[in-house]
Design a protein around this ligand. Structure first.
Ligand code: BMA
Length: 331
């Protein structure tokens, strides 16, 4: 079995693959796991991030409110399935190294490093860029400096320092519904100054599901084969953008090196709750839980910009699928 680094998670939310399912990932039978109206003030709850916390789980949720303002709320769960989401939005406090600026926030990721949980999100600061904050308890949140200049989205940190530096993936963008998007990698010694920017992947005309733009999804998963990175890809259909997701493997010691990249999507919007909603045809992953004992991976993804879905897979099958249809070998 391919080894996932990190802790065992015996209480990972899980269902076995349904009989007859021919895909590498399969959906939770109770999807959507979080409905759009889980709190009284929400228009929609999607593109959200969860992590193991205490005996259960905690997370930061994108809760667009009924004014359709994009906000972040904390939440807790005993089992990763049943969530209690705070009705009040997160009020960031200024950290010693910080900036206090919140016009809007969306698409959070949560990454545990050393002693705390880092939150990265698309932060409104004269346009979208990558906000950074940390928390110890999901009650108090301390905002740090933005990582980059506008315009940028999908800032995703690696779960440990590499070569003594923090590492983050991001996707430079524009002010609107960006019609382009490549994934880059940046490094920082102090989480304030980011540099050594390296290009990782571009969209590909040859693989239409990821031909318009690509953006990193959950926190990269450390495995014996490399960093497993799920990322979304966008098809430009005659009816608008279609967001699916696939995966690639990056080198463990130098994650700017792509080892393999799957040509096929792993999950594309096909169910009613992925195809119908405020923005139809969107499957947008922002978090994954892993169990190193069994190789199980549970992925949380936004569905149609309205609700949150959960999908499952085994690391062995996912990496075998990336290697079987490796774009790097087919060029
Ligand atoms: C992207 C982001 C996501 C959203 C997606 C589809 O640009 O804004 O938050 O899920 O578009 O609308």
């Amino acid at each position: 079995m391919i080894q996932i680094a990190g802790k065992e998670l015996p209480n990972i939310p899980w269902e076995e693959k349904p009989q007859g399912c021919q895909n590498v990932l399969w959906r939770y039978s109770g999807n959507p796991v979080i409905p759009r109206d889980a709190i009284p003030t929400s228009n929609s709850i999607f593109n959200s991030a969860v992590v193991p916390f205490g005996d259960g789980f905690a997370g930061v949720f994108r809760c667009d409110n009924k004014a359709r303002q994009m906000r972040l709320n904390a939440g807790f769960s005993p089992d990763g399935i049943h969530w209690t989401i705070d009705h009040d939005t997160i009020k960031f406090k200024n950290s010693p190294e910080g900036l206090e600026h919140f016009d809007y926030g969306y698409d959070p990721r949560v990454c545990f490093i050393d002693d705390r949980y880092y939150i990265t999100w698309c932060n409104g600061y004269h346009g979208p860029t990558i906000g950074v904050a940390y928390t110890f308890d999901f009650k108090e949140f301390y905002q740090m400096e933005n990582a980059f200049l506008p315009y940028n989205r999908n800032g995703v940190m690696f779960p440990r320092k590499i070569g003594g530096e923090f590492v983050m993936l991001s996707r430079p963008s524009d002010t609107g519904h960006t019609a382009f998007g490549d994934i880059y990698l940046s490094r920082s010694r102090d989480l304030v100054y980011w540099g050594k920017h390296r290009h990782i992947i571009s969209p590909s005309e040859e693989y239409p599901w990821q031909s318009r733009k690509v953006g990193a999804g959950p926190i990269p998963i450390e495995t014996s084969e490399g960093w497993l990175v799920f990322y979304h890809g966008v098809l430009n259909s005659c009816n608008g953008f279609v967001y699916s997701f696939g995966a690639m493997l990056l080198d463990l010691e130098d994650p700017s090196k792509v080892l393999a990249r799957g040509g096929n999507y792993l999950l594309s919007p096909q169910t009613l709750y992925e195809c119908v909603g405020d923005v139809p045809n969107v499957a947008f992953p922002c978090a994954a839980l892993t169990d190193s004992a069994t190789g199980r991976i549970a992925i949380y993804y936004g569905c149609a910009d309205s609700v949150t879905g959960l999908a499952f897979g085994y690391v062995d099958e996912i990496i075998a699928e990336i290697r079987k249809n490796d774009m790097l070998k087919q060029i």
